[in-house]
Ligand binder design. Structure first.
Ligand code: M6R
Length: 595
């Protein structure tokens, strides 16, 4: 994980680098640092903690210089402290580097470099890169030194190298994202576009092993053979407004409340005359089996996708954790379609699973939010969510938009279902109604904010919603929570139930409704506290549940999009009432770019 940004131009580098780091902080926030070339000297400042602490430190000193590199860290190798924070220097102090990714063979390289006399001071896997560049640096040719360095590295990297002697940044990537932002008399290199969008919308997405060199005179991109590569400049479509809080206390809160617009964006222009229009490179008649693979919240969407696709198309559909799929030598047959779901489009496990599927000859399709991301560029074809940037570490709008995209896909694979499509366009309005429950849910959150455990129970297409509700609570409130298929409860988890156990039931009026009522009776008989998400017309459950949350009725198959809203709000309010860092929960990062 980690976020990196580099700047060269006609403005003071420090403030632009800090601004970029703040936008990238979702990628890691245990320490941060920058190195600016000021009057032919490196000004290197690193700080444990958030970017705001680094910023406070820099306000005490005046720093000039209009070229520099910066980093916000999510620790993998070595504790979060100032020594392990980036940038790292070589022995001469002339080369500074920032790195995102993991160098898997760093121990062997470190031992060899130490034998050669290099002084390595941190516990990171990254510092050895600065020493390798030093080792290969000859005749002022930084590009060659970087090319030789990366030939030694196993693992993943997004890498920026700053050379004190020639005011130049050289960048390269493998498996980690990196882009070049081209502004007026200034250039940026960053992990993602959020770091540069306030300055420029002209972007070049870099591919693996392309060596970028930026100076005050311009930039070049070459391949490892030293040949110039002609890259397309892309115009970014999202705006700075989309990545600011706009009056909300937290990004997560804003993202929860913007779901009606986000879902509308996913739907826009894709339904016409009872048909779904998607430009996908596949023939639905040729698909024998679908495998969906993803991680975290996106994996919960994938599980919902299985229910949807099998029900609407009859195509057998399997779901796999990307990290498991990748390593279990999956069986892929000729007419298999592998769908990968990822908000960021950068999740390392999902990317590896995609590569495995491609290598085994599967057709691939992505359901991705971040336009131009690595996974989006690797799949045969895809469906963008157009949900806008998701900054809160806990995924919310991406989830509802992923489910929306899966419903579109299922209707594309089979000729569109008139009733489902007519109801789908009403979903944003129904989500708006569900969001009005926020005040009531805050009141419930007050009652349960000190609970130590939660159970979330649902059935059928709402079982993954129970998993998602539990994940949201765990991530941001640090309360232990488990999601279960409601009927499985009696096979074990019921042993946990006593008067201290809140149990959240997702209980829409579908074909499992009466069974869910029986499950509630079983919890009530053991003193558990019941919070029930029910349809607005429900009258039975009020006698059983301690707290009732009534959401608008929709078709069973679309109900996850509505039912997840109160669960997102419950997690949000509990975390906020506990004064926790909702947008940047401990130990987590938005984009998990390490395997
Ligand atoms: O960007 P992706 O959708 O590939 O991310 C997958 C997971 O890392 C992500 O959903 C994670 O579980 C979130 N923190 C959930 O809120």
């Amino acid at each position: 994980m980690c976020g990196i940004v580099g700047y060269i131009g006609n403005k003071k580098a420090t403030s632009l680098l800090l601004d970029g780091l703040k936008k990238l902080e979702y990628r890691g926030y245990d320490s941060a640092g920058f190195c600016v070339l000021d009057d032919n000297q490196f000004c290197l400042i690193k700080k444990k903690g958030k970017v705001s602490e680094l910023e406070a430190q820099t306000q005490k000193i005046s720093i000039g210089g209009s070229i520099g590199i910066a980093h916000t860290r999510w620790a993998t190798h070595g504790a979060p402290n100032e020594i392990n924070a980036h940038p790292h220097l070589d022995c001469t102090g002339n080369i500074a580097i920032v790195h995102n990714g993991i160098i898997e063979n760093y121990q062997a390289l470190k031992t060899a470099l130490k034998k050669e006399g290099h002084k390595i001071i941190s516990q990171t896997d990254s510092e050895i890169i600065a020493h390798l560049v030093e080792k290969f640096y000859q005749n002022g040719n930084l590009e060659n030194a970087v090319a030789s360095t990366i030939k030694c590295l196993e693992g993943t990297f997004g890498l920026l190298v700053l050379d004190k002697n020639q005011a130049k940044i050289v960048a390269v990537k493998k498996g980690s994202p990196l882009l070049l932002g081209i502004g007026k008399k200034q250039m940026f290199i960053a992990s993602d576009a959020s770091a540069v969008i306030s300055q420029t919308k002209k972007i070049v997405y870099l591919d693996d092993n392309e060596i970028v060199s930026v100076t005050y005179d311009g930039y070049t991109i070459k391949n490892l053979q030293g040949q110039l590569v002609d890259k397309k400049i892309v115009q970014l479509k999202f705006t700075i407004d989309q990545i600011e809080k706009r009056g909300f206390k937290h990004f997560m809160q804003k993202e929860i409340f913007w779901q009606p617009q986000a879902i509308e964006n996913t739907l826009r222009g894709r339904i016409s005359k009872n048909r779904v229009k998607l430009s996908l490179k596949l023939n639905p008649k040729e698909i024998n089996r679908i495998i969906i693979t993803a991680c975290g919240t996106s994996w919960h969407s994938a599980l919902i996708g299985k229910y949807l696709i099998e029900k609407l198309t009859g195509i057998p559909t399997e779901v796999d954790y990307a990290s498991e799929f990748r390593y279990r030598d999956p069986i892929i047959k000729k007419n298999d379609l592998v769908i990968v779901i990822s908000q960021s489009g950068e999740t390392a496990d999902t990317l590896s699973a995609l590569k495995e599927a491609k290598q085994k000859g599967a057709k691939t399709l992505g359901i991705i939010n971040v336009v131009g991301s690595t996974i989006a560029r690797e799949v045969d074809s895809g469906i963008y969510l157009y949900a806008g940037p998701e900054i809160g570490v806990a995924s919310t709008k991406a989830f509802t938009c992923q489910v929306t995209a899966l419903i579109l896909l299922a209707n594309y694979l089979k000729s569109g279902d008139k009733e489902i499509l007519a109801e789908l366009v009403k979903i944003p309005q129904k989500v708006s109604l569900a969001l009005k429950l926020s005040g009531k849910i805050r009141h419930i959150a007050e009652k349960f904010k000190e609970s130590k455990n939660f159970l979330y129970l649902g059935r059928n297409v709402n079982f993954p919603v129970a998993l998602e509700g539990a994940l949201k609570l765990k991530e941001i409130s640090y309360i232990h929570a488990e999601g279960y298929p409601a009927a499985e409860m009696k096979h074990g988890p019921i042993a946990l139930v006593d008067e201290n156990m809140p149990v959240v039931f997702i209980a829409p009026k579908d074909n499992t409704y009466l069974k869910i009522i029986s499950n509630m009776e079983e919890i009530k008989a053991r003193g558990g506290k019941i919070i029930a998400i029910v349809n607005s017309t429900d009258s039975k459950i009020k006698n059983l549940a301690d707290y009732i949350i009534k959401v608008p009725k929709t078709l069973d198959i679309l109900s996850p999009i509505i039912n997840v809203i109160p669960l997102q709000l419950l997690a949000y309010h509990i975390a906020d009432l506990k004064n926790l860092n909702v947008d940047k929960p401990r130990n987590l990062a938005k984009s998990v770019t390490v395997e």
